[in-house]
Design a protein around this ligand. Structure first.
Ligand code: KIV
Ligand code: ZN
Length: 549
């Protein structure tokens, strides 16, 4: 039989549900967040975090605003045990933050877990066992009742361990691991048994965490499972229903979003999605999805560069350049039409306005990025993008006719180098094309006089190391200068376009002038820069002439 054969996989099992309510709901508030970077994320690393990396990650999670942080699996790892001890003994856990630790439902491990937590002010003890059909039948070879008994025993030992350390404020969490591969009524049955042991109340609630340990279905199927679970579990008002999704089908975030619509209160995940295989649910994406819909995510990602730096250092995994919200390229526009649209919207946008900018779902500045990074130039880029970059970086406000002229120059460079053209290269191209074209044609002083409404322009021009005297007349200085050049070159010169502006606001700032000349019917553009407008304009004209001759 052919190896590549879809028939070896089974159809997705769905919940038989006719009364689903979650599709009609909207997300209006953020769920409770729990970061599992230091546990699930850490367990998935080629090189697990060192103690100092764990601490750096913990402190960053606190800075972002996490109030619940799963800090490790202390009974399974000495590093994790020592880390939990360090946090407690060195009093490193802020008063509004609760640490969480994971343990299997085994007496020895639960005892060791409580040992690690001695002296903690508050903690969540998270106990789990696997309940799915495949795990029961093939891994543990145990019946449904035997698997349920593991959960009951685990819950009992957790309760006893807590009772032995009453100085700590405890909260219990149970996960039927591989929940999505577990028959839904059986998952409810096991969780009801755990509830019977823990006897939660609305004032002393417990967390039931329902993991998509492996994502095996579409997010709507998970949402159905969550809604069904919430409808059938006992003591719903004494429970925090928590989600823990992985990303095997690429829908970890969507599954958690729909799961919250379906009734969940809390979401576990990691920063930028590190975790087993394809990763855990990415909290950055889910929280920023809320933020971009005008909902307070209760987490602050404005320090995105620091977050990326710490995550990359601790996980030794690079953040993908197209990672939602965080990637280096996610606010970049290369295509000309996108650049033009962004440019126009940004020109209209004022701080405090509702954000409505084409192609940018959020304001890059909210994540510590800036507009300069938005427009990136390659061979696909258009005139608007090039103009935007020059204005942002150098204050050069190219008029539209010059943008049209300059755009192919940049495009040619991108095509020749087969690479992105950065801001400095664009500025160099602008300077060599328009501003410094007149290297062999310079005015060595000039005089302007006026008589009977006519201006006279006299100058010394050095052209190809020769000194030439120029003289011309006209209505206005420019016309007189054009006439002088026209006579010297024996060509017809006409000014077609002219724009100027100052480069800064202070009195000492320089002026920029842009000119398009017709020289014997051939159009050519140039720019000039000087301390005064006249000097800049004469320079621009000379640059046009020098380019043409
Ligand atoms: O993915 C998973 O099921 C887990 C549990 C231990 C919660 O990480
Ligand atoms: Zn997990």
């Amino acid at each position: 039989m052919k190896q590549y054969n879809h028939r070896k996989y089974t159809k997705i099992t769905t919940v038989d549900k006719k009364d689903r309510r979650w599709p009609n709901k909207t997300l209006d508030t953020a769920p409770q967040w729990c970061s599992v970077d230091l546990r699930d994320g850490n367990q998935a690393l080629i090189d697990p975090m060192t103690p100092s990396q764990k601490l750096e990650m913990f402190e960053m999670l606190v800075a972002v605003g996490f109030k619940q942080i799963e800090v490790g699996f202390p009974a399974a790892s000495q590093t994790d045990f020592d880390f939990v001890r360090k946090l407690i003994t060195e009093d490193r856990i802020p008063d509004d933050v609760t640490i969480q630790v994971l343990t299997q439902a085994r007496k020895k491990l639960i005892d060791r877990t409580y040992e690690s937590l001695q002296g903690a002010k508050r903690a969540i003890v998270h106990v789990y066992n696997s309940t799915s059909k495949v795990q029961r039948e093939q891994v543990f070879k145990l019946s449904k009742d035997e698997i349920k008994q593991i959960a009951i025993d685990g819950a009992t030992w957790v309760k006893e361990g807590a009772a032995a350390q009453p100085e700590t404020q405890w909260q219990f969490q149970y996960s039927p691991e591989s929940f999505t591969g577990t028959e839904i009524n059986y998952a409810v049955d096991v969780c009801n048994a755990v509830i019977d042991v823990w006897q939660p109340t609305p004032d002393n609630n417990i967390i039931l965490n329902l993991p998509a340990t492996v994502e095996v279905a579409m997010p709507n199927v998970y949402a159905d499972q969550i809604e069904w679970f919430c409808d059938h579990i006992q003591k719903r008002d004494a429970l925090i229903i928590s989600l823990h999704t992985h990303n095997d089908r690429g829908c970890g975030v969507a599954a958690s979003e729909l799961g919250v619509l379906a009734g969940a209160d809390r979401v576990e995940g990691t920063l930028l999605g590190n975790g087993e295989r394809t990763g855990n649910m990415d909290i950055v994406t889910m929280a920023m999805n809320l933020y971009s819909a005008g909902i307070d995510p209760t987490l602050d990602f404005s320090i995105m560069d620091r977050i990326i730096n710490v995550v990359e250092k601790c996980t030794q995994l690079k953040v993908h350049p197209r990672h939602p919200y965080a990637g280096e390229l996610v606010f970049a526009a290369f295509s000309g039409s996108h650049q033009d649209a962004i440019n126009k919207c940004l020109a209209m946008y004022e701080d405090g306005d509702t954000w409505e900018v084409a192609y940018l779902p959020i304001d890059p500045r909210d994540l510590g990025r800036n507009y300069q990074e938005v427009i990136r130039i390659n061979s696909q880029s258009g005139k608007g993008g090039v103009a935007y970059v020059l204005e942002q970086e150098y204050g050069i406000k190219m008029p539209r006719w010059l943008q049209v002229d300059f755009s192919p120059v940049v495009q040619r460079e991108a095509e020749n180098t087969k690479a992105e053209v950065d801001v400095e290269q664009i500025a160099d191209l602008f300077n060599t094309t328009y501003l410094h074209a007149n290297a062999n044609m310079k005015l060595n002083g000039y005089q302007v006089s006026r008589a009977d409404g006519v201006d006279k322009f006299d100058a010394m021009l050095s052209h190809n190391d020769q000194q030439v005297s120029l003289s011309g007349q006209g209505r206005g200085v420019l016309e007189a200068f054009i006439s002088a050049l026209s006579q010297y070159l024996a060509k017809e010169l006409v000014i077609i376009e002219y724009n100027e502006h100052t480069l800064g606001r202070d009195d000492g700032s320089e002026a920029m002038a842009y000119v398009q000349l017709s020289i014997d019917s051939k159009r050519v553009c140039g720019a000039g820069r000087s301390r005064d407008i006249l000097g800049a304009t004469l320079g621009a004209i000379l640059n046009c002439v020098a380019r043409a001759v």
